[in-house]
Design a protein. Structure first.
Length: 221
């Protein structure tokens, strides 16, 4: 039920934002602005934790021009949801020849459930010729119940795509959702994509007793 509530929250936020964007009698918009569509993504991460509780982590996003909305569950902590609003900056090419692309989105979120708090965060993405991509998702959760619950979350990732439908890379994660002997989990990823679909396997802490396998399924529309 909590997962459904989080996803419904994102839908309501996007509908509210769409209503705010509706032009009034004195507003004037160009045809291009009016026709610019919303972009949605849905990602489900399945964590297989060898020395803990395995769980699923759904994430839904909605983007319209500068506006970014996001809903998460089991991300900041287990049995915890979060709703986010952000501002899309630098979306698109940053140099001639379509070689480089840079996106950055500062955000602010509300966290509720096992962990309650307010979290400023940022998502950044850099791509070269759509073959080499570097990204980072990070946030700092200010726990409103206890300062000892304050926590920094980070997910940096680097990938290489020799062909459009295949990518490999390195990944790291600092999370509160599960605990291992390593405070920062490091590993590798292998993924496949086709049109709006993407499937990726992540392996954290390979070769240790605290190995974590993450199976990710995603779609955009």
């Amino acid at each position: 039920m909590q997962q459904l509530a989080v996803l419904m929250g994102l839908v309501l936020l996007s509908r509210w934002a769409m209503a705010q964007a509706t032009p009034g009698s004195t507003s004037v918009k160009t045809a291009t602005e009016a026709l610019q569509p919303w972009e949605y993504t849905l990602t489900i991460d399945g964590y297989i934790v060898s020395e803990g509780t395995s769980y699923a982590n759904p994430i839904a996003t909605a983007d319209h021009k500068w506006l970014h909305l996001e809903a998460r569950y089991n991300y900041e902590d287990l049995q915890t949801g979060s709703l986010w609003m952000g501002y899309n900056l630098g979306r698109g090419d940053v140099s001639a020849g379509d070689k480089w692309e840079f996106d950055i989105t500062p955000m602010l979120g509300g966290v509720f459930g096992r962990t309650d708090g307010i979290a400023p965060g940022c998502e950044a993405f850099l791509s070269y010729r759509k073959k080499i991509e570097a990204s980072i998702d990070n946030e700092y959760v200010f726990d409103t119940t206890s300062k000892s619950g304050n926590f920094y979350y980070s997910w940096p990732q680097l990938t290489y795509s020799p062909v459009d439908w295949f990518h490999i890379g390195a990944v790291a994660q600092h999370t509160k959702a599960y605990q291992t002997s390593l405070s920062i989990q490091r590993g590798f990823l292998v993924g496949f994509s086709r049109k709006q679909w993407e499937v990726t396997t992540y392996v954290f802490n390979p070769g240790t007793t605290g190995t974590i396998v993450l199976l990710e399924w995603g779609m955009s529309f």
